[in-house]
Design a binder for this molecule. Structure first.
Ligand SMILES: Cc1cc2nc3c(=O)[nH]c(=O)nc-3n(C[C@H](O)[C@H](O)[C@H](O)COP(=O)(O)OP(=O)(O)OC[C@H]3O[C@@H](n4cnc5c(N)ncnc54)[C@H](O)[C@@H]3O)c2cc1C
Length: 370
């Protein structure tokens, strides 16, 4: 007598959302396949600590295999999902030049967000963002490299440009980074050089809005701005970045003429857009997307354009699935911001239970670009 194959759940992406979904299915009568384009889960809120050398990458990017090793119904595959065939119920993957296909009965898509340059992707070359381990390591090289090159530079103006750090975007990431870079210059590196005074470094935080931390209560915004200024961060608010090259930025203040800021190190912390997989799913299902590529969902996280049978559900649906429910679902596909923040908070709590790596500074991460 043929035995019935267990229900196959495929989870694309193992950030907070994918990991939370995996844990929710711990006791479900299903097999879970996690597919991620990297082999590590990433605790994004600590990326800036890696970028400024306070933590090493292994501290915040444990291998997914290690994180889920005690969950017996899970297998982990390395691969970038490049297509979803809803009719055949399979996802197509690509990894290190190899193509693959994985069949599913239920699909959970949790591929997060990407950096947005607001229509100027060319800025990325000179102003990397901070979303991945690769980004943080790139920035670490640029930040520490800038102090080193300033040390060897005899021309005062060029040295000044090496010691100027421009951070674009005064949301939480930009504010945290600005604080961390200024700390680095004022404390950690204070006695490390002979020819330069690291504490003379300029850290300039730029935002098109007239405030830092726009999503926060006004009293907290004012307090944060005051604290940043006291630390020595220069705030250029109400200022748009209109150009970026290797040595400078073009700035357009809302109340004056454009100016050029000579800064060798630029960091982009200004915006996010949905993972491209969101658009792909939207076109397959007919669900509408907004300008940032986020799929429009109903309050219960179902896709409003739930034509072709694919529905986008939140944690409740995952719970239903964990009790043996059947169907095809997606979760975490760039939900509206209120839902995403709730999911991130929930995911963050889960992530706190990540096992500590045996060897801090462990470097087993396979990144997408390698
Ligand atoms: C610097 C920084 C600081 C932050 N600080 C905070 C904070 O203090 N508090 C807070 O609540 N939030 C914070 N956030 C936001 C929070 O980290 C995110 O909201 C959260 O990580 C989103 O989780 P996610 O699972 O949706 O996506 P992600 O964590 O981005 O995970 C997506 C996963 O999908 C994988 N993936 C993507 N596309 C594919 C594909 N096509 N195929 C296969 N795999 C794919 C990626 O490799 C990744 O593992 C911060 C974010 C950043 C960048």
């Amino acid at each position: 007598m043929a035995t019935e194959q267990p229900h196959r759940v495929v989870i694309v992406g193992c950030g907070f959302a994918g990991l939370f979904a995996t844990y929710a299915l711990r006791r479900a009568p299903v097999t879970v396949t996690i597919i991620d384009r990297t082999n590590h889960h990433l605790f994004q809120p600590l990326l800036y600590q890696v970028a400024t050398g306070v933590l090493s990458e292994g501290d915040i990017a444990p291998p997914i295999r290690e994180v889920v090793s005690r969950q017996s119904n899970v297998r982990v595959l390395l691969g970038e999902v490049v297509d979803v065939d809803l009719g055949a119920r399979l996802v197509r993957t690509s990894a290190l030049g190899q193509s693959g296909a994985v069949e599913y009965d239920s699909l959970i898509v949790a591929t997060g967000a990407a950096q947005s340059y607001f229509g100027h992707p060319e800025f990325a070359e000179h102003a990397p963002g901070m979303k991945t381990i690769d980004d943080a390591l790139e920035l670490r090289g640029r930040i520490f490299g800038a102090f080193e090159l300033a040390e060897g530079e005899s021309d005062p103006e060029r040295r000044r440009a090496w010691l100027t750090f421009a951070i674009v975007g005064a949301g939480p990431t930009g504010v945290e980074l600005a604080g961390q870079v200024i700390e680095l210059s004022r404390r950690s590196l204070r006695h490390n050089f002979q020819n330069i005074e690291p504490h003379e470094a300029r850290v300039v935080l730029i935002d098109a809005l007239n405030t830092v931390l726009p999503a926060f209560h006004p009293s907290l915004r004012e307090r944060a701005a005051r604290d940043l200024r006291e630390l020595g961060v220069e705030l250029q608010l109400g200022t748009r970045v209109t150009g970026v090259d290797a040595i400078s930025l073009d700035l357009q203040p809302s109340d004056g003429p454009s100016v050029r800021l000579e800064a060798r190190t630029k960091i982009w912390a200004a915006g996010v857009e949905a993972s491209p997989l969101g658009r792909l799913l939207a076109s397959a299902t007919g669900a509408p997307v907004d300008r940032s590529g986020r799929i429009e969902v109903l309050p219960d996280c179902t896709l409003s354009g739930a034509s072709r049978g694919l529905r986008c559900r939140g944690p409740d649906e995952v719970e239903q699935l964990s009790r043996g429910g059947r169907g095809r679902y997606a979760v975490g596909v760039a939900l509206r911001s209120d839902n995403r923040q709730a999911a991130a908070r929930k995911g963050g709590a889960e992530a706190l239970r990540l096992p500590r790596l045996r060897n801090a500074g462990d470097n087993r991460a396979v990144s997408r670009r390698r």
